[in-house]
Design a protein around this ligand. Structure first.
Ligand SMILES: [Ca+2]
Length: 296
């Protein structure tokens, strides 16, 4: 029987945490007073980023909701501890001094907390910034509290409310993993050898084609996520993923033919079908074409 082997591309996040980097739930130290309904508390942590970082991924959850800032810019707003947020924050990270800050809001009950971990990658090495009692907290919103330059001498150490995995929240930051390849059922004559999980910012992959160089052109299922070009090693593992700066998203049809990439997806003027010009396909930072290029 002929066996056709192929790689499958998954659409789920990989687990993020190693035990040594386990973050803790934290909240403001109310010195014995019960946490109140609609209580709002502020948290901040300054840290140094490696000079040559390549990627930064944030995972965060809140009981009951939070706004997360990186160097003063909002990067995430989780709501409900069962629905954590995972976000690529590479663009908001700076070399050297940074500050991550969280405004936590307890909507109901006397149970409250925020939990987060920032994974900063520099090549194969990771530096982690987890929530713990080294974070500072305050019950007052002060001007500049979420900025790097801020006098936090009047703030106090956050109170530990339990490590990641503890009750009542559980392992909220353990994101689902793609199904193991051996668990998939395929048609006779086919075998799944390798399965790749998309990473943060790459979204849920819904459509794929192959270009003449053997690279995969992939569309995530979101209007704010670009098409991706995936280069594979001879072993089938992902070697490189590039964003294609074309103004078309959520492709439900992709085809490479006649030296062009044909797309059926969301364009600037709605759902369209068209071909992507060479300057978009071949360069990473090409000028965007006018809308007309997408509607013919
Ligand atoms: Ca609560």
């Amino acid at each position: 029987m002929r066996i056709a082997s192929f790689a499958l591309l998954g659409c789920f996040f990989a687990p993020l945490l190693a035990p040594a980097e386990n973050p803790h739930w934290i909240w403001h130290d109310n010195h014995g007073k019960a946490i109140q309904t609609n209580e709002v508390r502020y948290f901040r942590k300054t840290f140094q980023a490696p000079a040559k970082f390549t990627k930064a991924q944030l995972s965060v959850a809140a009981d009951d909701e939070a706004t997360v800032y990186l160097n003063g810019r909002v990067v995430a707003a989780p709501s409900g501890y069962e629905t954590p947020v995972q976000k690529d924050v590479t663009d908001q990270l700076r070399k050297g001094a940074n500050v991550i800050a969280i405004r936590g809001h307890n909507i109901a009950s006397d149970v409250a907390g925020v939990i987060a971990i920032l994974d900063i990658k520099a090549g194969r090495n990771s530096t982690f910034v987890p929530t713990d009692t080294s974070w500072l907290s305050s019950d007052q919103e002060e001007s500049g509290w979420n900025q790097t330059v801020f006098d936090d001498s009047g703030w106090h150490k956050a109170r530990d409310k339990g490590k990641h995995g503890d009750k009542p929240w559980g392992e909220v930051l353990k994101f689902p993993k793609a199904t193991p390849a051996e668990d998939l059922t395929v048609l006779p004559g086919f075998k799944v050898e390798l399965l790749h999980s998309s990473e943060i910012g790459e979204g849920s992959w819904i459509c794929m084609t192959v270009d003449p160089k053997g690279r995969l052109i992939i569309s995530p299922q979101a209007d704010d996520q670009p098409l991706l070009r995936v280069s594979l090693k001879r072993s089938g593992e992902v070697e490189n993923i590039e964003k294609i700066p074309a103004p078309v998203h959520q492709a439900m049809g992709l085809l490479w033919a006649n030296n062009s990439l044909y797309v059926n997806g969301h364009g600037p003027s709605g759902t369209v079908g068209g071909s992507i010009p060479q300057e978009i396909r071949g360069r990473r930072r090409a000028r965007l074409p006018r809308c007309q290029a997408w509607t013919r």
